[in-house]
Each structure stands twice: as C-alpha cells, then as structure tokens.
Design a protein around this ligand. Structure first.
Ligand code: LLP
Length: 434
C-alpha cells in the first residue's frame, strides 16, 4: 500500500467506512463540537515525539518541540509530560510553555527580533539558551542581562548557506534569508561574545528550513557547524551544545522523508566520527522539531456548505477557509482531503474553497471527490501550522480544537470563538459615540 498522510497515525476507517480517530467516528465529533474543527490524536502526537526520543535515547540530547507549529496548551502539556524541551520565538510562547507545565530550563529561544522585554522575561525565567541571530542582538542581550545582573546563556544561530530544497518561504539557511549570522562572520561574533561579562557562550545553533524530505541538507549543515566548532575550539571558545534546529518534513502527498531514527541515526553517526579525532567532550545535541511531531496528528474537519458546479470549474464551498488553514493560500501547499463517510453522490473534480472574499481562499484544488451539501471532509496533515497560523479575517471566529485521547474520548481543548471574542480588545472612543 502506498504511504499516505494517515499512515502510522491513529486515524482509521471503521467497518462502515467512516473515518475515525481512536475508533471515535469523526461524524460524532462534528456533531458534538461543530465545524470547522481541528481534531488531534493524542497517541499520534505522543508516538511521533517518542520516535525522536527513542532515536536520541542513550545520547546526550534534548528533543525540543517548536511551539510555532501548534501551541495549544493541552498539546504542550502532553509533550512536557513526555520530557520534551521547547523552542520558542516570543514571550507569548514562553508563557504558554510555563502555563502548560513545561520546564524553563528546557527552553531555547529563537527568532530574529527578540525585544528587550522578551529577553528580560526569558532571562528571568532561566531558560536554557537564547539563540542570537545578529550582532545587534548580541549587544541587546548583553545589555539586558547586565542591567538585570544576570548572565545570559547564548548560542549564535549561524546561517550555513545550505539549500534545504524546500519551498522558498520556508527555507531559512540560505545566505539571502534573513536568518542567522553568516558562517564567515560567526567566529568574529563569538570572539566578541567571549569578551562580554554578562553573556555565557553555551552553544552553536542552526536551522535551515522546514518540510525537508531528504538527509543531505541536514548533514551538510552539520558539517558546516562542526567546522565552526573546530575553529571556535582552536580559539579557546568552548561549546557545550549544538542545536541542529528542526525542519524534518512529513508525508502530505507521497513524500518519503527520512524517519526520525534515520535522520538522528545519521547525525549521531557523523558526530561520532567527528568526536573520535577530538579530545573535548561530546556536546549535548538539541533539536527543534515542530511539523514532524504534530503535523500528521491533526486533521481539520469541515462540512460542505453548498455546491457550485460550473462550465469551467466545480466549486464546493466548505465551512473552513484560509483564515482556518492558511497554508494553501500562502504556499500553495497540498493537503490530502478525505470524505469522512462514504457518499452516494457522483464523483467529480472539485475545488474546495472557503467563504472568504479572496480568490486565494482555497483549501484544495482539482480533487476527485463524491460530494453532496452537508458532507463532512477531513483536511489531512493539518496538525502543524494550521491553527497556529489561523486568523479572524472576514470576522470569522477561530475554529474549535478537540483532542481525542487513547480511549477515544473527545476533549474540547479550545472552544470555538464567539463574536464577543472577536471584539474583546476593541473599543469605540467616546467622541464617536452619539
Ligand atoms: N526552529 C526554528 C528556528 C524555526 O524557524 C522553525 C520553523 C522550526 C525550528 C521548526 O521547523 P519544523 O520542524 O516545524 O519544520 N508555516 C510554514 C512553516 C514555517 C516554519 C518556520 N520555522 C508551513 O506551514 O509550512
């Protein structure tokens, strides 16, 4: 059987052909919680994380979860209980980890524009490391730490200029990308950092992109990082950890990315070779995976609202839109779409579009599906960068999120927004009131 986005997950069809999560028909979830609705499988999420943890077992390593992929508190709590670390990019994400019971000393903080107050909050919380993305940021971190009479544990995020061979919007390790410090400047910036009393160099960090489906870019980046570590060691700059970022892809449409075991195995093998000729102790290895942990643990459940067949195109208007799942509009991303129940309708080729007033508001194009109004569809592989990139565009309330536990019990982990949520932060100044 060809591998697909549901392979290895806890989403299966029952004997009546109904798509279920942990045996719980998605039709029941739609009835209980409405649509559009994100549905996550607890076991799929935890098992994905555990694959990474198993691949790193016995190694001095920390698997961090990149919160930006999906920052629902319940999912963070599940991963925290498994012992995950966390990669954050804002103070909001820091607060989420803390609110969900994650340990600050397992948090790394990435991003090109951390503000002074965000840096202060991170230092106050005693996180593991701040990943510095520019010389200007190094000075900012040093100054904030010094004012607080704290020492900031830092690594520099270096840009290894490696082509991750992924979508240009999610490629981050090329020299034309805004991320990281160019490799040839990194040593000089490390030397500067070493002179700063309020910072403590702990690591080297790099992340080259997302949805990477082959090994070579990861290993090329690792080689560049190791060359730098050698140069730093020669300059008496000690490195305690290497943060190799995230970026491992998932199967949306037949892609066959390396398994966590294959990727981490190849990385540890390369590190082992490198270590054999060095006297310094092997650094701790950190990873920052998002998509590969949560991507195939979630689907977006949506209902066909009405059908609009036409001479040129057949449109099915569904109740999920680009504000719920932005990836197709932004990256022309492809998500599998599965009918939740068998249908008696005739199969035809449909574009699935949302009700938002934009031509870019589509979820899937040219799909052979048998559709009738009211049918339920599951948009697959929607666990990562789905809800976390959602918005209220067109004053659409954000979708509900439901977690299905290992017994098939459904738990509402984010209620559907209401109109009062949409306007909660707004006000009409007195002079405009009659
Ligand atoms: N670490 C850093 C510094 C990152 O910038 C990212 C993702 C990650 C880790 C996690 O990468 P992952 O393991 O999830 O590939 N919205 C896009 C993806 C943007 C990724 C941004 N950075 C999408 O929907 O495809």
């Amino acid at each position: 059987m060809p591998s697909g986005p549901l392979t290895g997950t806890r989403f299966h069809r029952n004997s009546a052909g109904i798509l279920c999560c942990e045996g719980r028909p998605l039709t029941e979830i739609a009835q209980a919680f409405g649509t559009p609705c994100y549905v996550y499988s607890e076991r799929t999420l935890v098992e994905s994380y555990q694959q990474f943890a198993a691949a790193a077992a016995e190694k001095n390593a920390l698997i961090c979860y990149a919160l930006k992929a999906n920052s629902n508190l319940a999912l963070i709590a599940l991963l925290a209980a498994e012992g995950a670390g966390f990669d954050i990019v804002s103070v909001g994400e820091l607060q989420r980890v803390i609110a969900a019971g994650g340990q600050p000393n397992r948090i790394v903080f990435s991003g090109v524009g951390k503000t002074e107050s965000e840096i202060a909050a991170a230092l106050g919380a005693k996180i593991k490391c701040i990943n510095i993305e520019s010389e200007a940021e190094l000075h900012r971190v040093a100054q904030v730490a010094s004012a607080l009479r704290l020492t900031a544990p830092i690594s520099l995020r270096v840009n290894p200029d490696i082509d991750a061979k992924t979508h240009p919007y999610i490629s981050t390790g090329l020299k034309e990308n805004k991320f990281g410090i160019p490799m040839d400047l990194a040593e000089a910036v490390y030397r500067q950092a070493k002179t700063m009393p309020s910072v403590m160099i702990t690591g080297v960090d790099c992340h080259i992109g997302s949805q990477i489906t082959s090994l070579p870019p990861f290993l090329q980046a690792l080689d560049r990082v190791l060359e730098l570590v050698d140069r730093l060691n020669a300059a008496d700059i000690e490195i305690q950890h290497l943060d190799l970022g995230g970026g491992l892809g998932i199967c949306y449409d037949g892609e066959t990315p390396p398994t966590p075991q294959a990727l981490l195995g190849a990385i540890f093998e390369r590190l082992h070779q490198w270590q054999q000729t060095r006297r310094s102790p092997q650094p701790e290895i950190l990873f920052e995976f998002g998509r590969a942990i949560v991507g195939n643990a979630g689907v977006l459940l949506t209902r066909v609202d009405l059908l609009k067949p036409g001479p040129h195109k057949n449109f099915a208007v569904i109740d999920a839109a680009m504000n719920d799942l932005m990836r197709p509009a932004l990256y022309e991303a492809w998500h599998g779409v599965a009918a939740v129940s068998p249908s008696a309708a005739q199969e035809a080729t449909w574009d699935l579009v949302g009700p938002v007033c934009e031509s870019g508001d589509w979820i899937a194009r040219d799909r052979r599906l048998a559709l009738s109004p009211g049918d339920l569809l599951a948009v697959l592989s929607a666990g990562a960068y789905g809800m976390s990139m959602s918005s209220n565009y067109n004053s659409r309330p954000r979708a509900a999120e439901v977690l299905i536990d290992a017994q098939g019990q459904a738990h509402l982990i984010r209620r559907r927004e209401e109109f009062t949520d949409l306007i909660a932060a707004e006000s009409i100044p007195d002079y405009l009131r009659k």
